[in-house]
Design a protein around this ligand. Structure first.
Ligand code: GDP
Ligand code: IMO
Ligand code: MG
Length: 417
């Protein structure tokens, strides 16, 4: 009997706590599959006193029984991924990388950084990892795929040729040409390490689903960073929403079962771009300190603010979410007042949806009484009454069930309702 794959997707601007939930759920799945993004993502998983920062490796890797797929929708930097692999043992047979995933090579990062420099004040605030240029090459049909690593001599020639045809651009950006022999050595080394893992993951996944195995699809980033549905151009370069799972893995919409959207009990964003419910005052600072809101990938301080119900409704509809996992509720412990942005105002108009241009919108808040402490609580009924009321109110405002609540970084501090 065939099965459907369940899905995890970020509902805000990334860093919602996807890693913790995928790890928590991975115990119940045979396969965990990443479908988009690259090593711009940083998924933190805490098990006991050990902390793992995963970038491209699916968060199922910490469960010895789960197999892990890096899908074709991912952009893969072999050098960085090999470093990430070194944290884990015995990966053969439980890690599979799509031959159709696109390669992210060092020049992509150099182009990313050069573009950001040239943009000056208008910079996107990317992670500088080369994500935009790698996806750009894919769409412009001048990218290289992971499968090409299996023939390093041929790939070397193609990359040298690519540099030659784009000589003017590389020179203008002050990017050095690779030395052919060195490039060949490097690509040959990548082949040596990665070739046991490179397969047609689409066929594999079809087989796995047809065989009735339990599959979890792991998104990266968040809905508001989606290339089409986020705050363009202040977005990442991939389809971060649930539909991206189909494209990024080669499955169809009917293959998808239950979708869980991950959201923080407040909001954060790294990098530039509109963020209507940002709190630039003391409260925002307090959220940052209490929530340790510093990027997993770049260490940058995250901008902090209140739960944005307008952006949330947008995200819930786009992703087809069945339930929300509300993360980091404990970070709101001790606040006397907790706010939720319920509408935007601009030019005398009220918006209960995300308008085309978010620039200059003013958030309209509803206020809730705070609570003392919910850190580490594992049972809904044991949460302080005001925290329970906050959750019930959020469910009503956004029109979705909050079935999972997280009260600390630890696996077990997770309330299932
Ligand atoms: P991801 O990118 O969505 O996987 O999220 P990140 O790992 O970048 O950021 C989430 C951070 O919050 C990590 O440091 C987690 O360990 C931490 N975290 C997750 N859930 C909770 C929670 O319920 N409470 C607290 N205090 N921290 C949490
Ligand atoms: P996870 O999976 C938060 C942001 C960057 C920048 C924009 C574009 O950990 O939630 P990019 O390097 O992708 O071209 O940068 O997207 N960004 C993220 N913000 N969490 C992430 O991933 C992010 N990945 C990219 O900060 O604003
Ligand atoms: Mg993150």
């Amino acid at each position: 009997m065939s099965s459907q794959a369940d899905l995890i997707v970020g509902l805000q601007w990334g860093d919602e706590g996807k890693g913790k939930i995928v790890d928590h759920m991975a115990q119940e799945y045979d396969y965990v599959c990443r479908f988009a993004g690259g090593h711009n993502a940083g998924h933190t998983i805490v098990v006991g006193d050990k902390k793992y920062a995963l970038h491209v490796m699916p968060s199922g890797i910490l469960n010895p029984n789960a197999k892990n797929i890096v899908g074709n929708g991912v952009v893969l930097s072999p050098k960085d991924f090999i470093k990430e692999m070194e944290q884990f043992e015995a990966l053969e047979g439980r890690l599979f990388i799509s031959d159709k995933a696109h390669l992210l090579l060092p020049y992509h990062a150099l182009i990313d950084q050069a573009r950001e420099r040239l943009k000056g004040k208008k910079a996107i605030g990317t992670t500088g990892k080369g994500i935009g240029p790698a996806y750009g090459d894919k769409v412009a049909r001048v990218g290289h795929r992971v499968g090409e690593l299996l023939a390093p001599a041929k790939l070397t020639l193609k990359i040298m040729e690519f540099f030659e045809t784009n000589r003017a651009i590389f020179e203008a950006m002050d990017i050095e040409f690779p030395i052919q022999e060195q490039l060949l050595d490097e690509l040959s080394e990548f082949k040596k390490v990665l070739s046991p893992f490179i397969v047609d993951t689409t066929l594999l996944l079809w087989e796995v689903l047809d065989g009735g195995k339990r599959v979890l699809l792991e998104g990266a980033q968040g809905t508001m960073l989606d290339i089409d549905h986020g705050t363009y151009p202040y977005v990442t370069s991939s389809s971060t929403v649930s539909a991206g799972a189909c494209i990024g893995l080669g499955i169809n919409p009917k293959d998808i079962g239950k979708a869980t959207g991950i959201a923080k009990a407040y909001c954060t964003r790294v990098g530039n771009g509109p963020f209507p419910s940002e709190d630039l005052g003391e409260q925002g600072e307090l959220l940052r300190t209490k929530g340790h809101e510093f990027g997993t990938t770049t260490g940058r301080p995250r901008r902090c603010g209140w739960f944005d119900a307008v952006a949330m409704r947008h995200a819930l509809r786009i992703n087809g979410v069945d339930q929300i996992a509300l993360m980091k509720l404990d970070v709101l412990d001790g606040f006397s007042e907790v706010k939720v942005c319920v509408a935007y105002h601009k030019d005398g108009k009220t918006f209960d949806y995300v308008p085309y241009d978010l620039e200059g919108v003013e958030p309209q808040y509803r206020s809730f009484a705070g609570w003392d402490r919910c850190e580490g609580i594992q049972n809904f009924d044991k949460l302080p009454q005001n925290a329970q009321d906050y959750i019930h109110a959020l469910e009503e405002i956004v029109g979705a069930k909050i079935n999972i609540i997280s009260t600390s970084p630890q696996r077990e501090d997770t309330i299932l309702r």
